[in-house]
Design a protein around this ligand. Structure first.
Ligand SMILES: *Cc1c(COP(=O)(O)O)cnc(C)c1O
Length: 371
């Protein structure tokens, strides 16, 4: 059901990937649980889109259609964001290739690159998301992550894609933090989008999901082949839950972003909070590029409370801010990233705003910081 481009975000989300209305049928057909399907005894798999569960599942295809409408490309869903990003890198890179990755990007992705990719002879370079970037000469793939998790720096996708393409490099953008309502990297010149759907895209903290999107069949084919041969597919129930959750993406992001803006203004005025980052604050270093590139700023903030002990006291004293990793869910969560072994300062907190009422959240955070 292709949408007219004039539809707003809420309309696009609520209709994304749904089949044509059919009397007697549900709006979103229920999950199809099938490892294998009946085949035509004479024609075999040629007669049906569904042969075996690893390559074929109709519930997953509907979800892919939905995400594809939002990203503006063809989508392959993966079992998790890591399955998608590692699959993309392994499907496209060969020994001797050079890949350029964000120095401040998602920590497990960087660990995978320095361990596995470097171990098979891929040359791995890093650049900070905010730049400066090295020459792209000889680089096969540039992976940007913007806004970067967890530091929230922002990269200029269109400018970097122009430079990378001039040097013959491909550009992939990790769109996890922004979501396709925050920015559409394929419209900005990226060749590929890769993302975790575990975070704000689905937003209920109840499933793992990843995807790759592209408009280029020559890039989609190896990714599809990789997924089929490794089996890194989401289950039917997770795919269905994800699709069900997509319908409220516009509403959830609107509240999360409003909460983040209010909290950022509150935290900016507190001398006991340092290193505040939220790309929507006009004096944030990422603001100029974010304001030009992003349609909305995500509900995730970063700041420093000095040490692990103060972070513990803050979260313990809060009623609405709970300790949990991941982000983009309905509930406000705080994660002291250093406890996972990544390279942030001991008091560094990534705070993900949920959809609670703004006034309640502000009061709770104020009381917890004062405690
Ligand atoms: C969480 C995350 C991933 C990995 O996604 P999972 O679904 O946890 O495997 C990749 N990139 C970014 C930017 C993330 O935040």
């Amino acid at each position: 059901m292709s949408a007219p481009t004039s539809d707003g975000d809420g309309t696009r989300c609520v209709r994304a990937g749904l089949p044509e209305p059919t009397p007697g049928q549900p709006f979103l057909p229920g999950p199809v649980f099938a490892a294998t399907y009946h085949l035509d005894p004479w024609q075999g798999p040629a007669a049906t889109p569904n042969g075996y569960g690893r390559p074929d599942n109709p519930t997953r295809r509907l979800l892919e259609a939905a995400i594809g409408e939002l990203e503006g490309g063809d989508v392959r869903a993966f079992a998790s964001g890591q399955a998608a990003v590692t699959g993309l890198l392994l499907a496209l890179l060969r020994p001797g290739d050079t890949v350029l990755l964000p120095a401040d990007g998602y920590y497990p992705m960087r660990a995978f690159a320095t361990d596995t990719l470097a171990g098979i002879g891929v040359r791995v370079l890093f650049a900070p998301t905010a730049g400066p970037y090295p020459s792209f000469d000889g680089v096969r793939l540039v992976l940007l992550e913007t806004p970067a998790n967890p530091g929230l720096d922002v990269a200029d996708i269109a400018a970097l894609a122009r430079d990378a393409h001039a040097a013959g490099a491909l550009v992939a953008v990790d769109n996890t933090t922004a979501t396709p309502l925050g920015q559409r990297p394929l419209d900005l010149g990226a060749d590929l989008v890769v993302a975790s759907g575990t975070k704000a895209l689905t937003g209920h903290s109840d499933l793992l999901l990843g995807y790759v999107a592209t408009r280029t069949p020559e890039l989609l084919d190896p990714v599809t082949a990789w997924r089929t041969v490794t089996g890194a597919v989401p289950g039917a129930f997770d795919a269905w839950l994800a699709h069900r959750s997509l319908a409220t993406l516009d509403l959830r992001l609107a509240r999360q972003s409003a909460n983040a803006e209010a909290l950022a203004r509150l935290l900016a005025g507190r001398p006991d909070v340092t290193g505040l980052r939220w790309p929507g604050l006009p004096d944030d270093p990422a603001y100029p590029v974010a304001a030009a590139q992003m349609r909305r700023v995500p509900g995730v903030l970063a700041f420093d409370l000095g040490d692990a002990e103060r972070v513990g006291r803050f979260v313990d004293a809060a009623r609405l801010v709970v300790a949990a990793t991941s982000f983009g869910g309905l509930h406000t969560t705080a994660d002291r990233r250093a406890q996972w072994g990544d390279d942030t300062a001991p008091g560094f907190v990534r705070l993900s705003c949920g959809v609670e009422d703004t006034a309640d959240l502000l009061a709770d955070v104020t009381a917890a910081l004062d405690a």
